[in-house]
Design a binder for this molecule. Sequence first.
Ligand code: UDP
Ligand code: MG
Length: 334
Amino acid sequence: MPGSSAIRYSFIIPIYNEEQVLPLLLPRLEDMLAKLDGPAEVIFVNDGSKDGSEAYLAQQIQIHPNYRLLGFSRNFGHQIAITAGMDVAQGDAIIVLDADLQDPPEVTLQMIDRWKDGYQVVYAKRLTREGETWFKLFTADLFYRFLNKLTRVAIPRDVGDFRLIDRKVLEAFKIMPEQDRFVRGMFAWLGFKQTAVEFHRPARAAGETKYPFFKMIKLALNGVIGFSDVPLRMALWAGMGVSGLALVYGLYVIAMWFTHSSLVNGWSSTIVIISFLVGINMLMTGIMGLYIGRIYNEVKRRPLYVVDQRAGFGAGDSGALDPEATKSGHERAA
Ligand code: UDP
Ligand code: MG
C-alpha cells in the first residue's frame, strides 16, 4: 500500500448507529490529531449501522485523506469491530477509542507520551464515570472482582477498551484466533510492558448506549468463559459438597431408624433433597453447555467478520469483498 510505512499513529473507532455523535467527535479528533508529532490514520469501523453514520463517514473520507472506512456486512459487535480495525492498522502505535467521546481524544496524547517512555500497552483507567447508572457501575465492579478471582491473568479494573498498543503487541494480538472475543482480557493475557493513564470518563456526548443489558451479559460471559475453566471445575466441588451432605443425612436417618420405630414422615425432606440435586445437575449441565457452545463456535472456523465496503485505503478500495480482510485468525496465523 502506498506510504504504508510512513504512518505513525492509527486510531480505531468502532461505529454503530452514531450519527448523532460523529459531528461532535470529528472536531475534537482533529484538534488532537493536529498536536501529534507524526502522520496518523483514523480507521472507522462501521459495524452495520442502520442510521446515517455510513453516509456521513463516506462524505468525510472525501475531505480527510487520512480517514479510512471499513464497513461490515452486518452488525458483528464492538469487540469484533475493534479486531477488524487492528487487522488493517498500519501505525507504529495503535489507539482504540469509542465514538461517543466517553474516551476523550485528548487523553491519547498522554498515552502516547507513556508509549514514548517505552511502555508497549497503555490503557486508560477511569477515575470517575459520569452518566452511568448505579446499576451498571455496581454490576461492572462485581464482575471484575469475580473475574479476577476466577482467572490467573490479572485484568485491570476500571479499564475498558480505550488503550494504546505498540506494533509488536498488535502483531501478537493478530494471531489470537478466538471467535468469542473479550479484547481487554486478551491484552491482559498478552502481557508486555503495561501501564495506565488515569482519566475522568464523561457521559456519552449524544445518542444512547449501544450496550444494552443483554449485550453486557454476553460480554461478561465471554470474559469469564474465555479466561477461566473454574466454572467447569465447580461441578467437582458442588458434587463433593452435595454428596457430603447426603452422607451426613444418611447417617442421621440410620440413627433415627435405630432409636425410633416409625420413620414415615420424611416426605418433605425427600422432595427437598431431590430438587436440590436436580438443580445442581442442571446448573452443571448448563455450564458445560456454555463451554461446549464455545467449542462448537471455534471449530466452525468462520471468519470473524465480513467486509462489505472499504474506503480511504488507497489502492485496496473496493465495494467488493476483500479476502484478506475477511480471513479468520486461524488462517491469518498460518
Ligand atoms: N459499538 C459497536 N458495535 C456494537 C455496539 C457498540 O461498534 O454492536 C460501538 C459504539 O458505536 C461505540 C462503542 O462501541 O463507539 C461503545 O459503545 P457504547 O458507547 O454504546 O457502550 P457504553 O459506553 O455504553 O458501554
Ligand atoms: Mg459509551
